[in-house]
Design a protein around this ligand. Structure first.
Ligand code: MG
Length: 291
């Protein structure tokens, strides 16, 4: 049974108690602070948020705005809880991305029905989001989602940001010689190896065909480069047994580090792509890095 998790945010403890009782069939997390709520959604999988508007420190509208501007939390539905019934507040609640609006004091049946409706909708959205974000062959991020998350990382933490472009060498030959099934197996094998060796908090995606990219922050450039080199070496060492044939394959890699003149993530990725191209031009199965 897939239990949904609801985060309840209200600075009045008595309200949290009432809601906990009404919503006992769900997994609940509660907090009296909007600041805590923003931390919780980064650490836990939350399916729905019930959010009080009037709170000290940071109010519900502000919390909602922050949730909606973050690609990791923007799809979590928010139901506002409030004693306010003026038209302006209601309009604002929807304007900033709220999904629904429940007034205090709570009417139990109405509250449960609205919660259930948002959770049902959320299940549909999660399925659609999954299908539109992941590459169906490898189950890693597809191009669209990779760029969305990479752009967000660039905006928020660019100082020690690296982009890594990876391409399977002479992939067309693999397909032509062994068939597309084998080519697909090679792509899956390489994906798995990279995934197992990725630096923490990396964004890893398949940009298309035989091309992959990683975006990650790292304080220690030497360490990161040796990480990346170890991926290349590992792939160089292994072989794939498929349809009674043993197949070897290699990858080329371009690594670029954020520079002040880069205005957006595309600039960083383009630089890494240029270096990848050099790696290809100068013999393949190598990593080229330039600061
Ligand atoms: Mg309040």
């Amino acid at each position: 049974m897939n239990t949904k998790t609801i985060l309840i945010v209200d600075d009045t403890v008595a309200n949290l108690d009432i809601l906990a009782e009404l919503l006992a069939e769900y997994d609940l997390i509660d907090t009296t602070s909007g600041v805590d709520a923003l931390e919780i959604v980064n650490e836990e999988k939350v399916d729905l948020i019930l959010l009080d508007i009037m709170m000290p420190e940071i109010g519900g509208f502000k919390v909602c705005e922050r949730l909606k501007s973050n690609p990791y939390t923007k799809n979590i539905p928010v139901i506002f809880l409030t004693a306010k019934t003026d038209e302006e507040s209601i309009e604002k609640a929807y304007e900033i991305g709220g999904s629904d609006y429940i007034t205090k004091p709570f009417k139990p049946k109405e509250l449960l029905a609205r919660v259930k409706m948002q959770l049902d909708l959320q299940s549909l959205i999660q399925n659609l989001e999954y299908m539109s974000s992941y590459d169906s062959m490898t189950n890693i991020y597809n191009r669209r989602k990779f760029f969305e998350l990479a752009e967000y990382r660039f905006i928020n933490a660019r100082d020690d940001l690296f982009a890594v472009m990876i391409d399977i060498d002479t992939f067309k030959n693999i397909n032509d010689t062994y068939g597309h099934d084998t080519g697909d197996e090679v792509i899956k094998t390489i994906t798995k190896i990279i995934q197992e060796m990725l630096p923490p908090k990396s964004i890893f995606g398949r940009l298309g065909g035989e091309e992959f990219a990683i975006v990650c922050n790292h304080k220690n450039q030497t360490e990161l480069l040796s990480f990346i080199e170890s991926i290349r070496k590992k792939i160089n060492e292994i072989s794939l047994d498929f349809n009674n044939k043993t197949i070897h394959f290699t990858i080329s890699i371009g690594v670029a580090k954020y520079q002040e003149e880069f205005m957006m993530i595309d600039d960083l990725l383009k630089e890494a792509d240029k270096l990848l191209y050099q790696a290809k031009e100068t013999g393949r199965n190598k990593t080229i890095f330039r600061k």
